[in-house]
Design a protein around this ligand. Structure first.
Ligand SMILES: [Zn+2]
Length: 438
């Protein structure tokens, strides 16, 4: 039997915090509606007539017990819970997995995140009426989207528990959107919970004022061993494949799973790891840059094409294309504007997808030069890419630690430049030249 936190790989401390918060939240609901929890029928669902309130009683005792409320011992039963949270950690550490699991635990009719009740199921499946997920498709989350969201989040939860808003990549909020969110966090509606995900609490990622009103749940990069274990257990991947993929993905669970399962992802990685071998001169460096950029573009185009087409068709239907009903003529007014809006959003999403694809390639490439560096230093560290370890070893001999480090830095500088909006082709060409020259 596994509960909603089972998929949080290697995050024991965070899980303890979240379990405690969910128990506090359940105690708060119980205190607010004693009639409901005492009569035996849970407020929502009612799928568990006998177990429900016993669980809540037990949890409330835990919460009330000495030392249970982490930061304020002896404080009120809700001390472990708060209305705004930030999940931080490197990409792939499971920020959004943690946020969703916590949301499920809050909506769980047992208040624990049992993983089996309707509250848990619908939250994890993304169909719970009181859980809203914001996944930025473009480069930023705009103010209009955020305002609409904040408004809806202020309504009373239909399931009688919590209104939850999960914002993935909260670091991509525009300033105006951040301000709209801040207002809601400063004056929170009584049953609304905001769960933000961001790489860190650095002011570049999340504004200081938002940060000051949230509780932070830091996630760490899971070890390759922990990632491999979950691939074997949950995805039934063969242990040797799981170990290879977990190492190659450098702690990124989703990436490890893709490498283990998707032959195209493996081919793309192979192509990236062939780059160091191909850098034989200036011309070759420019060719390698073009190949890398074009591969990222192709990967991104394939990933958005289907959604783009479906959205376009849906919008045209909604606008009454070919319709003859009374509404059709009216709906066509402004249709051009809506189509233009959609195209703008799709373009922004495509740009994001290209950058994400390119970034994955750069992370793979950085892993190769890191391997060369650790080998040159004779550090007792397992290589990231076991399948190119021999090549990295040859590089280590040829370049020495200094040369390997300079090349690793060139890759990291390229990532930083693209993040700072340097045109990808320019950044990648500069990197390839640096990798060739050393
Ligand atoms: Zn449940």
């Amino acid at each position: 039997m596994t509960d909603v936190f089972a998929d949080l790989v290697g995050q024991d401390e965070a899980v303890v915090t979240l379990r405690r918060a969910a128990a506090s939240a359940a105690a708060l609901l119980r205190a607010a509606a004693p009639a409901v929890s005492r009569t035996g029928a849970p407020a929502a669902g009612g799928a568990d007539p006998d177990g429900g309130h016993d669980d809540l009683d037990a949890l409330a005792e835990q919460v009330d017990g000495p030392g249970a409320a982490d930061d304020r011992p002896g404080a009120d039963p809700g001390a472990g819970m708060t209305h705004a949270w930030i999940f931080t950690g490197p990409p792939g550490s499971g920020r959004s997995v943690a946020a969703r699991a916590f949301a499920a635990a809050l909506q769980c009719i047992h208040g624990t995140g049992c993983g089996h009740c309707p509250g848990c199921h619908t939250t994890l499946a993304g169909t719970h009426a009181d859980v809203r997920l914001v996944v930025p498709e473009g480069l930023s989350i705009g103010v209009n989207e955020m305002r609409a969201l904040v408004l809806r989040a202020a309504s009373t939860p239909s399931g009688g528990r919590w209104q939850i808003v999960i914002i993935e990549d909260a670091d991509r909020l525009t300033e105006a959107a951040g301000n709209a969110l801040l207002k809601a966090i400063e004056e929170p509606p009584p049953r609304t919970v905001f769960l933000l995900c961001a790489p860190s609490t650095h002011p570049d990622d999340i504004s200081v004022t938002i940060r000051s009103r949230c509780r932070v749940v830091p996630l760490r990069q899971p070890s390759a061993g922990a990632v491999a274990e979950v691939l074997v257990r949950r995805d039934a991947i063969a242990p040797d494949v799981a170990e290879w993929a977990a190492a190659a993905a450098q702690g990124h669970v989703g990436r490890a799973r893709r490498l283990a399962r998707d032959p195209e992802a493996r081919q793309r990685r192979d192509a990236v790891l062939a780059v160091p071998r191909r850098l034989t001169g200036v011309g070759a460096a420019f060719d390698a840059a073009s190949a890398l950029i074009e591969a990222a573009e192709a990967e991104a185009a394939a990933s958005v094409a289907e959604v783009d087409e479906a959205e376009r068709a849906a919008l045209q239907t909604a606008l009454g294309a070919g319709g003859t009903g009374r509404g059709a003529a009216g709906a066509m007014r402004g249709a051009a504007g809506q189509l233009k809006d959609l195209e703008k959003r799709q373009k922004s999403r495509a740009t994001r997808a290209q950058r994400d694809a390119l970034d994955r390639a750069l992370v793979d490439l950085a892993g190769f030069y890191r391997d060369a560096l650790t080998m040159a230093l004779r550090a007792p560290v397992a290589p990231v890419h076991t399948d190119t370890a021999a090549l990295a070893g040859a590089g280590a001999q040829k370049w020495d630690a200094d040369g390997a480090l300079r090349r690793l830095e060139a890759v990291l500088e390229c990532r930083a430049a693209i993040e700072a909006n340097v045109k990808p082709r320019i950044a990648v060409e500069a990197m390839m030249l640096a990798l060739w020259k050393g």
